[in-house]
Ligand binder design. Structure first.
Ligand code: PNS
Length: 165
């Protein structure tokens, strides 16, 4: 089965990576799909996000990294996907994810949304909180992949003081 794991990934966190690894064990192939969310101001360009994801997921042969614009279900259908994978961190994620899953089903009934629970150690983790912590001088060690830490610091340097690794 082919699964699409969509998101902003601005940047990819260890929580995202945990879901990618779990999905890659369950599904024959996983496409990690980056989308530029016009409603969100992003730190990294789509190209930069793709580059980081490709670097980090290269160890899994059944994981592909791609980007799309427009409706997720249209992209999923065009790639021949069976499933959309979403990660759930906490009950607070549920309401919005439920809304999106039902809207996506209405738009494209042939594609199922499957929810996977992140490891408990990542339940508080989001790209936004990592960016905030780093911009205020805190460390991103253990929150995002090693390859991403330097890139966040580089991007945010000048905007914060005394940024730590
Ligand atoms: O990482 P994010 O920002 O939480 O991911 C949200 C994402 C990209 C999965 C969602 O915004 C999405 O599906 N965007 C694609 C546009 C779309 O299809 N919108 C209707 C969803 S019901």
């Amino acid at each position: 089965m082919l699964a699409i794991y969509p998101g902003s990934f601005d940047p990819v966190t260890n929580g995202h990576l945990d879901i990618i690894e779990r999905a890659a064990k369950v599904f024959g192939k996983v496409i990690v799909a980056v989308t530029p969310n016009p409603l969100k101001a992003t730190l990294f360009t789509v190209e930069e996000r793709l580059e980081m994801l490709r670097e980090i997921t290269s160890k899994w042969p059944n994981v592909e990294v791609d980007s799309f614009t427009g409706l997720l279900v249209k992209y999923a259908k065009s790639r021949g996907a069976d499933v959309i994978v979403k990660g759930l961190r906490a009950v607070s994620d549920f309401e919005f994810e439920f809304e999106m899953a039902l809207m996506n089903r209405r738009l494209e009934p042939s594609i199922e949304t499957v929810f996977m629970m992140t490891g408990a150690e990542y339940s508080y983790l989001s790209s936004s909180i990592v960016k905030e912590v780093v911009s205020l001088g805190g460390s991103a060690e253990g929150l995002v992949p090693e390859a991403v830490i330097g890139r966040i610091i580089e991007k945010l340097r000048g905007k914060g003081h005394g940024i730590a690794r």
